[in-house]
Each structure stands twice: as C-alpha cells, then as structure tokens.
Design a protein around this ligand. Structure first.
Ligand code: GDP
Ligand code: MG
Length: 178
C-alpha cells in the first residue's frame, strides 16, 4: 500500500534508584538536556522529566523518567515511583563500594515488589574517575548477569555511554511489527 507506515508512539515509565550522590540526577540531566552541572542540587523526594527518542521507522519512544532521592528518609516512598515502571535504572558510583552494596538492595527490592516483567539496568556511574575506582567492572558485570540485568558504566560528566544506556532499553522493548 505504498509502504506507508503508521507512526507508533510508545511510552515507557522509567525509575532511577540508588544511593544519594551516585549521579542519578546528572545522568537524567545529561540525557534530557545534554548538560552536566557540577553544582546541581540534591533531589528532594523525586523529580519528573521526560525525553522522547525518535526511531528510524517513525516510532517514537517517550521516556517518563522518575528520578528519586536516595536518602533513607525517602526510602518508604520509593514504591510510589517504581510501581508500574517498565524500566528501572539502578545506579552506583564506581568509587564507592557502599553505593554498590546499596544498589544490590534496590535490585532485591525491585525483584520483590516491582512489576514481574520490569527491565532493569545496573549502572556504574562516574566512570571518568578511573584513578579512584573501588568497584571492579567485573563485579558489576557478574552481579548484573546473575540478576538478569543490563550492565553499563557511564559518566554523566563526560557523557560517556549515557545515550547507549537508554538505547539498550529501546532495543529491549517489544517493537510492534508492521
Ligand atoms: P544523585 O543524588 O544520585 O542524584 O547524584 P547527583 O546527580 O546529584 O550527583 C552527585 C554528585 O556527583 C554531584 O556533585 C555531581 O557533580 C557528581 N557527579 C555526577 N555524575 C558524575 C560523573 O559521571 N562523574 C563525576 N566525576 N562526577 C559526577
Ligand atoms: Mg538526585
């Protein structure tokens, strides 16, 4: 019929979880605005941003991004944000073993209480700080593999692998066939 395809507009609810200070808000800001602000404010509660990716076949994927605060006092609110999320990004800081431990807590939490078909990524951020690295790449890879997650190391500062992180999700979404 002339090869005309209908545009499909997909919406994906995405939640970011992880210790305070690992760079969740900077990852979102880098992805949505292409910026890095070293003086950015600590997230209180949670914040919402969206970003749409256009694919070659005129499909669009709109990420509805819930960026949560990592502080203990907000932990009880987390289910409000990850409930119904199709995608979860669990972030740690490669210079902080404590944040890697905390990431594992969030993964277990999502496995227990998130949607059963949630797609998860484990993200080791601040990959630009190689000289201060305290979490081995292999430890991230192994943990992600055991838990059926994507794994990627990113730097919100240099933009390294930020788009690739979100592209991994696009590839994993079941695309409608025409
Ligand atoms: P959040 O609490 O997880 O949202 O963390 P933020 O996004 O607020 O970042 C916490 C601190 O880490 C800020 O001072 C950022 O400038 C810094 N930061 C975030 N991402 C990176 C990164 O990729 N590399 C470096 N070197 N610093 C980063
Ligand atoms: Mg934040």
């Amino acid at each position: 019929n002339g090869g005309v395809h209908d545009a499909k507009n997909l919406r994906v609810k995405l939640v970011l979880l992880g210790d305070s200070g690992v760079g969740k808000s900077c990852i979102v800001l880098r992805f949505v605005r292409g910026q890095f602000d070293p003086t950015s404010k600590v997230t209180v509660g949670a914040s919402f941003l969206s970003q749409t990716i256009a694919l070659q076949d005129s499909t669009t994927v709109k990420f509805e991004i819930w960026d949560t605060a990592g502080q203990e006092r907000y932990a009880a609110l987390a289910p409000l944000y990850y409930r119904g999320a199709a995608v979860a990004v669990v972030v740690y800081d490669i210079t902080s073993p404590e944040s890697f431990t905390k990431a594992q807590y969030w993964v277990k939490e999502l496995q227990k209480h998130g949607s059963p078909d949630i797609v998860m990524a484990l993200v080791g951020n601040k990959a630009d700080l190689q000289e201060k690295r305290e979490v081995l790449v292999q430890d991230g890879i192994d943990y992600a593999e055991k838990n059926g997650m994507f794994f990627i190391e990113t730097s919100a500062k240099t933009a390294d692998n930020i788009n690739q992180l979100f592209e991994k999700f696009v590839a994993s979404l079941s695309m409608p066939s025409y």
